[in-house]
Design a protein around this ligand. Structure first.
Ligand SMILES: *Cc1c(COP(=O)(O)O)cnc(C)c1O
Length: 360
C-alpha cells in the first residue's frame, strides 16, 4: 500500500542517544536544553532572528493572530488546509476570502485591495504546496493599508524567496512540523518574526504569560513543546538536505513520466527555490480525477485530495463568498504520493496506473 505520505524516521540509535540525555537530566519539557538547541539550529538554518518552537502548526497560527492583537476581518486564502481558516475563527476574527491565482494557487494579490474594508486588520496567506506567495505585492498592499501580514508557511520548510528563506516575509510566519510534513518533530510547529517586540510577546504567550515564577505579562496559553519532540527534530534535521534532494529526484521522475498527461501544475515563482514538498496535479475535470483515484486504489495507491473542499464552503464562515478559481481547482486537484522512502520504481508504477486510466 502506498499512501500520499509516510513519515521519515532517523536511525533509532540516533534517537536513543538523545533519550539517554533526557533520562539523565530528567528535564522533560518547559524550554529544556533540546528545545533550545533545536530553536538555535533552526534559526541558523533559516537565517532568522527569532524562532519559537511550539506544540503544533495550529497553535502557531493562533499565537500569531493573538500576538498581533488582530480583530475584525482577516483576508485569507480559500485554498489551504482547514487550520488556516479555523485559527482565524477560533481567535474571534472573521475570515474574508480572496480567490487564488489560477497559475500559482496562492492568494491572488490583484484581488486583495477590493476585499479591504475599514474592519480589515490583516492578511493571512499560505505558501501553498511550498510555492511562495507574491510576498512583494502583498507587502506593499499591507503597507499602504496598514495591515499586518501572517504567512502560513506549513509547507514552506526549505523554500527560498529572493535568495533566502521565505520565512523572512511578513510580520510573522508559522511552520508545522507534523509527521506528514517534509521536516517533522512528530507534532510541532514554530513562529518566526523579525520584530523583537513581537518576539517578546510570543515568548510569554506560549508559556501561560509567565514573567518570572509569580508574575505574568499578559494572557497566555500552553504552547510549549517537549524534549522528546525536539530530539526527533534534531535527529531529522541532519537528514533534511537528503530529504529535499530525494523529493527533487522523485519529482523529476513524475515530471518525465507524466509529460504527455493533460494536467495542470502550479506555476513556480521564477525567483524562488522550491522544496518539492508535494506533487499536485490538476485534472481536466472532477470526473477524470475520480476515475484516476479509482485506478490508483486498484493498485493500492492512496493519493489525497489536498485541498478539498475549498474553504469558503466551511459551515462556520460568512456564507455567499464565491471563490470560483479555488473551488474549481479544489475539485480537480490531487496530491500524488511523495516521501523519502518512496522508490523510483514505485513512482513509475503510480505513473503507469495514471497513464493507463487516462487511455481507457
Ligand atoms: C499542516 C498544516 C497546518 C497545521 O499544522 P499542525 O501542525 O498539524 O497543527 C496549518 N496549515 C497548513 C497549510 C498545513 O498544511
Amino acid at each position: 500500500m502506498i499512501n500520499v505520505t509516510k513519515p521519515f524516521l532517523p536511525p533509532q540509535e540516533e534517537y536513543d542517544h538523545y533519550l539517554q540525555g533526557i533520562w539523565s537530566r530528567k528535564w522533560l519539557t518547559n524550554n529544556g536544553p533540546l528545545v533550545n538547541e533545536l530553536e538555535l539550529t533552526l534559526k541558523n538554518y533559516f537565517g532568522v532572528p527569532h524562532l519559537f518552537y511550539v506544540t503544533n502548526g495550529t497553535i502557531a497560527l493562533q499565537l500569531a493572530i493573538k500576538a498581533l492583537d488582530l480583530q475584525g476581518e482577516v483576508i485569507t486564502t480559500p485554498f489551504s488546509f482547514v487550520a488556516t481558516t479555523s485559527s482565524i475563527v477560533w481567535e474571534g476574527c472573521t475570515p474574508v476570502f480572496v480567490d487564488i491565482d489560477p497559475a500559482t494557487y496562492n492568494i491572488d494579490p490583484a484581488l486583495i485591495e477590493a476585499a479591504i474594508t475599514p474592519q480589515t486588520t490583516a492578511i493571512l496567506a499560505t505558501h501553498v504546496f511550498g510555492n511562495p506567495c507574491a510576498a512583494k505585492e502583498i507587502g506593499s498592499i499591507a503597507a499602504k493599508h496598514k495591515l499586518r501580514v501572517i504567512y502560513d508557511a506549513a509547507h514552506a520548510f526549505g523554500t527560498q524567496y529572493q535568495g533566502r528563506s521565505v520565512l523572512h516575509q511578513g510580520d510573522i510566519s508559522t511552520l508545522s512540523f507534523h509527521s506528514t510534513k517534509l521536516f517533522h518533530t512528530i507534532e510541532g510547529g514554530a513562529l518566526i518574526t523579525h520584530d523583537a517586540g513581537l518576539a517578546n510577546k510570543i515568548a510569554h504567550m506560549r508559556n501561560f504569560g509567565f514573567h518570572g515564577p509569580e508574575t505574568f505579562q499578559g494572557v497566555g496559553i500552553n504552547g510549549k513543546n517537549s524534549e522528546f519532540h525536539a530530539a526527533m527534530g534534531l535527529c531529522n534535521l541532519k537528514y533534511v538536505q537528503q530529504i529535499l534532494d530525494r523529493r527533487h529526484e522523485l519529482t523529476e521522475v513524475y515530471h518525465r513520466m507524466l509529460k504527455s498527461l493533460q494536467v495542470g501544475k502550479p506555476f513556480l515563482h521564477p525567483n524562488a527555490g522550491f522544496n518539492y514538498a508535494y506533487y499536485p496535479v490538476v485534472f481536466e475535470s472532477e470526473a477524470v480525477l475520480l476515475r484516476m483515484i479509482d485506478a490508483m486504489h486498484g493498485v493500492y495507491v492512496y493519493p489525497r485530495r489536498y485541498f478539498y473542499p475549498s474553504l469558503e464552503k466551511l459551515s462556520y464562515v460568512r456564507p455567499g463568498q464565491e471563490m470560483q478559481v479555488s473551488s474549481d481547482i479544489a475539485s480537480r486537484v490531487l496530491c500524488l504520493p511523495l516521501y523519502h522512502e518512496l522508490s523510483v520504481e514505485e513512482v513509475k508504477m503510480i505513473c503507469r496506473a495514471i497513464l493507463r486510466a487516462e487511455r481507457y
